[in-house]
Design a protein around this ligand. Structure first.
Ligand code: F6R
Length: 340
């Protein structure tokens, strides 16, 4: 896991080089698109949450996450005319994802696959257009480089759908990630602050909500820590009651953008309740009100999630080892890779 985290700058560079030339293909396929439907599971589902917020906030199209059970269990046909269905799977071999993409095509949707499984994977073959990430084989069970390269593919998808963002920002991503790997911030304080805790709340808003969900998943799968990933709006509607001296909060935000002031206010509320508030990103303003913090990338808000998860991946790997767990092979999940 540690070496695959370090491979991310190269994987991101290779993926952007491969996919940016496909922006025109996305534009042609997406011309009649009214709405997007993302199909994914696990970490790939968290990449889809980034895609959903990115497309709604910056490309102005309603976007939803599919419930694959509608296709595979209830077998209900829906009218998906005008829908672009985007299936995301690192392996390209998760059966219910392939099946749900085929169902979406049968229901009238145009279909895109985002996969690290290559152009011959079942998912890529089933789609009208494949955006193949170039992460290389991922051996550790917890997804790292396949996740951040899926986010890069989401950014390319958004550009093809006319997002009002500056494409040149993507050029800055690999270097920004590299810097975080060298200097993630106060990792030891977060490891010690979580090592004896029964649970943690992980929260973010807007585009950073996807990072909160993914960090919570990493902490659950590799550290067996009861980590709840919530948007901070949802957190404030009840679940904040669980935050106390035994249950700290990790708050994730880009260094600027519209969600930062609310994240700072939340950190103050958490520490006011006697709990530790650990910041991830959010620049010096979030760090100033946090108990301890990890650095975020020096990137604009729309691309910040491509780097924001990286200190969280390093935290997960270090905490797993501190707890005596092998982060490469935690219990609970058997990985399907592109060579299976
Ligand atoms: C977690 C992880 C899983 C997968 C999920 C879907 O780190 O890797 O949650 O994301 O099993 O697998 P794929 O993406 O291959 O469809």
């Amino acid at each position: 896991m540690r070496s695959e985290i370090a491979e991310q700058p190269a994987a991101l560079r290779a993926t952007l080089d491969a996919l940016l030339p496909q922006v025109g293909e996305v534009r042609r396929l997406g011309e009649q698109t009214r709405q997007l439907l993302f199909i994914a599971r696990g970490t790939s589902d968290n990449a889809a949450v980034y895609g959903r917020y990115l497309i709604e906030a910056h490309a102005g199209r309603l976007s939803a996450l599919a419930a694959p059970s509608i296709a595979t269990t209830y077998r209900r046909r829906l009218d998906l005319d005008g829908v672009l269905a985007v299936a995301v799977s690192q392996s390209g071999r998760t059966e219910e994802i392939v099946e749900t993409l085929e169902w979406a095509g049968d229901c009238g949707a145009r279909t895109v696959a985002i996969t690290n499984g290559g152009p011959e994977s079942p998912l890529a073959l089933a789609a009208d257009l494949a955006l193949c990430t170039v992460a290389g084989e991922e051996k550790a069970v917890p997804a790292t480089k396949t996740y951040t390269t899926q986010l890069a593919a989401m950014a390319v998808l958004a550009l093809g759908l006319g997002a009002d963002v500056n494409a040149a920002d993507l050029d800055r991503v690999p270097d920004a990630v590299d810097k975080l790997i060298d200097n993630p911030g106060d990792l030891d304080a977060l490891v010690e602050g979580l090592a004896d805790k029964p649970g943690v709340v992980v929260s973010g808003r807007g585009l950073a909500f996807s990072t909160a969900l993914e960090l919570a998943l990493k902490l659950k799968e590799a550290c067996y820590l009861h980590a709840m990933g919530l948007s901070y709006a949802d957190l404030l509607h009840g679940p904040i009651a669980v935050v106390d001296e035994d249950t700290p909060a990790i708050l994730v935000a880009a260094q600027d953008g519209p969600t930062l002031p609310g994240t700072i206010a939340l950190a103050e509320r958490v520490t006011g309740a006697g709990a530790a508030a650990f910041g991830v990103g959010g620049g010096t303003r979030l760090a100033a009100v946090s108990t301890a913090s990890l650095h975020g990338p020096d990137l604009p808000e729309w691309v910040a999630p491509l780097g924001l998860i990286v200190p969280g991946q390093l935290l997960t790997e270090a905490l797993a080892r501190r707890l005596g767990i092998d982060p490469d092979a935690p219990r609970g999940l058997n990985k399907v890779t592109q060579t299976d």
